[in-house]
Design a binder for this molecule. Structure first.
Ligand code: FEO
Length: 403
């Protein structure tokens, strides 16, 4: 059975939902699945924009075949060749070997590196500003290198104002039949998935995303639809979503508030962190609290991009950082997290070292990040007679959050 949806009069979504893959890129948990978005244009020429993961290729073939009927597939446009939507190309070419491949030079090279075109047919390298007409519809290509791989290009269809945005403006989550963002409660139920997708997949490449946004701004209100490779298609509130991308790619927090991440072995650090969260809440600060040992780091990264302040509360381990806290800090460095204010709560039963190590990492490895004073140092558990010290830290954080 075909599973397709009309996007516009001549354009169809022919992609697939994946609810079986546990880890996107074999790293990031996707308990609500993910969609691989592929689009088919039926014009004087027929054009498939991108493919799907290999596991979804049979559905893609069935979708495309049902819409093409007896028509040939003339072009396959490859905006990005990462195998989550590139691997299905092999099956598509096996069925329609005459299709011409259109893509950036790097994407066409990756086709061969991944062995996706055993028989080499006609290829059309696309360059910045080049236009390709398919009849009533034509697209112009814009390079978007490192959003998210070096091969990435986006294209703009001028008749209906469609931006094929590749990985940009994507979201984790299977679509479950609802193709358009305005069919979902996106702001309340999907924004977290979009933030986690952006920050972990493209988060490192803020300047490149800014360059792409500048090209989009150049197109202005000519953009009526955004068709990404994952998640819903945007036909309303495009500016709202672009503003989120603008903030994330500038490494500006969305909210003044505190992400409190704690690493606790026997409960003493967690208890002190809990007392700090209460004191912060009493001071009117927004607080979100996560256990580093049971929260996947992709969620921590997403929340780090969201909030202005991060409190790290951690035990000392092997006279050094607690390993999951080190992983979190390393991920922040890898994704080039910037411009956040930190506060430190350390624990060490006989030789606390975590505070010093965390402070060193933040000030030496993360750009534009500062650590508030005072630092609270706990020995095993925090006794009630040291409450004043905890409240002093809460005062400093709350003052800073309020600016
Ligand atoms: Fe959806 Fe960078 O692949």
């Amino acid at each position: 059975m075909r599973c397709v949806r009309k996007v516009t009069e001549d354009l169809w979504w022919v992609g697939a939902d994946d609810r079986r893959t546990a880890l996107f890129e074999n790293i990031h948990p996707i308990p609500k699945g993910v969609s691989y978005n592929s689009y088919l244009l039926l014009d004087e020429k027929t054009v498939l924009f991108d493919c799907v993961d290999w596991s979804a290729a049979p559905q893609l073939i069935e979708n495309v075949a049902s819409l093409l009927g007896e028509r040939p597939l003339d072009y396959i446009v490859l905006h990005h060749l990462e195998p989550d939507h590139g691997a299905g190309l092999r099956a598509v070419l096996a069925r329609w070997p005459e299709a011409k491949l259109v893509g950036g030079v790097a994407a066409l090279r990756f086709v061969d590196q991944f062995g996706l075109a055993p028989v080499k047919g006609e290829r059309i390298p696309a360059k910045e500003g080049e236009r390709l007409s398919f009849g009533k519809h034509a697209v112009t290509f814009y390079a978007a290198p490192m959003v998210h791989w070096p091969d990435v290009m986006v294209s703009f269809e001028e008749r209906e104002g469609i931006l094929f945005s590749a990985d940009a403006f994507g979201t984790f989550g299977a679509l479950n039949g609802k193709l358009f963002s305005d069919e979902l409660d996106f702001a309340n139920r999907w924004l977290g998935a979009a933030r986690r997708y952006y920050t972990n997949i493209v988060g490192k490449y803020g300047p490149q995303v800014q360059a792409l946004l500048a090209k989009a701004v150049g197109l202005g209100d000519k953009i009526k639809l955004i068709c990404p490779l994952h998640g819903p298609v945007w036909r309303k509130d495009l500016g709202w979503f672009m503003e989120k991308y603008d903030k994330w790619s500038r490494y500006e927090p969305e909210e003044q508030g505190v992400l409190l991440v704690y690493g606790s072995m026997y409960g003493g650090t967690e208890q002190a962190a809990q007392a700090l969260a209460i004191a912060l809440a009493e001071r009117g600060a927004e607080v979100s609290m996560r256990d580093v040992s049971t929260t996947h780091v992709s969620h921590l990264i997403a929340q780090t991009f969201r909030y202005s302040h991060v409190v790290l509360a951690s035990v000392t381990y092997n006279a050094d950082l607690y390993p999951p806290i080190r992983d979190y800090l390393e991920d922040m460095r890898a994704l080039e997290v910037k411009n956040r204010t930190f506060a430190i709560l350390e624990n060490g039963t006989w030789g606390p070292k975590a505070g010093e190590k965390m402070t060193q990492f933040i000030t030496q490895e993360l750009s534009g990040c500062t650590v508030l004073e005072p630092r609270l140092s706990v020995k095993s558990t925090l006794p009630n007679d040291r409450e004043e010290e905890l409240l002093a830290l809460a005062d400093a954080i709350a003052r800073s959050v309020k600016g």
